[in-house]
Design a protein around this ligand. Sequence first.
Ligand SMILES: Cc1cc2nc3c(=O)[nH]c(=O)nc-3n(C[C@H](O)[C@H](O)[C@H](O)COP(=O)(O)OP(=O)(O)OC[C@H]3O[C@@H](n4cnc5c(N)ncnc54)[C@H](O)[C@@H]3O)c2cc1C
Length: 404
Amino acid sequence: MRDYDAIVVGGGPAGSICARTAAERGARVLLLDKASFPREKACGDAVSGKAIRVLREMRLKEKLESRPHAKILGVHLSSPNGTELKISIPQTRADAYAYCMRREVLDNVLFEHASKVCEFREKTQVVGLVKENEKIVGVKVADLSTKQTREITANVIVGADGATSLVAQHLNANALPPQHACIAVRSYYQNVSSLTDRIEIHFVPEALPGYFWIFPLGNGQCNVGVGMILSEIQKRKVHLPHVLETIIQSSRFASRFVSSERKSPVMGWTLPFGSHERTLAFDGALLCGDAAALIDPFTGEGVGNAMLSGKMAGETIASAIEKNDFSVSFLSQYEKNVRDLLTPEFQTSYTLQKWSRYPFLINLAFSKAAKKPKIQSILSSMLADETPRKQLVNPTNWFKLLIG
Ligand SMILES: Cc1cc2nc3c(=O)[nH]c(=O)nc-3n(C[C@H](O)[C@H](O)[C@H](O)COP(=O)(O)OP(=O)(O)OC[C@H]3O[C@@H](n4cnc5c(N)ncnc54)[C@H](O)[C@@H]3O)c2cc1C
């Protein structure tokens, strides 16, 4: 008999929600993380409507709202030539809003929630996988306090260990070409002027294809960052922290930063996009969250998909235990469910991302959208996660809307 039904590697949003979901359904789960919680994570800290839907289902919304956060009621966008669009989340429900919340806070709540129902070990790094006849049967771990290593076995290993996933590498999951990944950096600031209850996304020329953001966190604090497609960074030999500083000092933003104070070093990380599919199910193993490359290739949103995939992986593990079947053919239902849900969104977003390489197209789209209430209304319902997905999946519809 194996030591556990499932070992979940990584206690971020994907891993914590996977561990909680599987354990609540009776699985014997071990959740491992090399860090000790609360821990920092480089992120824009925007928690979208999609993520909030999962948090509501997990009855965590009230608990999270008792922690420091900003309520977000819309988005303020600007194009390379400075045309501005302010889109509001339609106020159809009392809780029609998104959040900005430091990941140090959000992830700690999720990890604590999981650790109430499963075994967990922090400061424990997975350094390899244990195989029996090509089937994954466990992990090799290093205790980072004692430096001792040991093997622990389970029927299913879940790789939820983020963008540079060791589990994905050891499973030979396909690597992402640089046009399907992004690098982003962020820093925390105090007293940037004119912060509102909207997140700000600015398609400035220095960041294309990518964007500069200012996300309010409440109490005069905000998360300021920039992200750009990896292939362009490599081609142009761009140094992102330098790009961030150049944008902040530019005539468009400098006056807002005059009285500001930078409160943290610039921190960056990779964003693996869902526009290039990675295998997600193996004999005795699953990948979820960033380890599964599920970040939206246009918006850079990954927390919601990490939560959704973690939940689906947890549910699949519970069914696998019921059937006593941990084969790739059984676990593949997880991969199918994830693809059915997310592939159409990724396809649309990848097309929008490709269009965003051309500043004149973004300028045109903004000038049309500024004049067309119908486009603003679609963008608005997208923010609320309410637009039927079918309306969004065809980029031609967007094109018709813009030129019509
Ligand atoms: C700069 C930046 C800005 C972003 N902004 C946003 C945003 O505003 N909104 C949004 O929705 N998304 C954003 N994203 C994407 C988002 O951060 C990720 O999609 C999200 O964190 C994925 O969650 P996860 O649980 O899959 O992985 P992670 O949050 O990365 O968690 C992985 C966990 O695994 C642990 N781990 C790693 N390796 C091992 C190992 N070998 N053994 C044990 N443990 C291990 C790590 O310590 C970590 O706790 C941003 C990303 C970046 C880099």
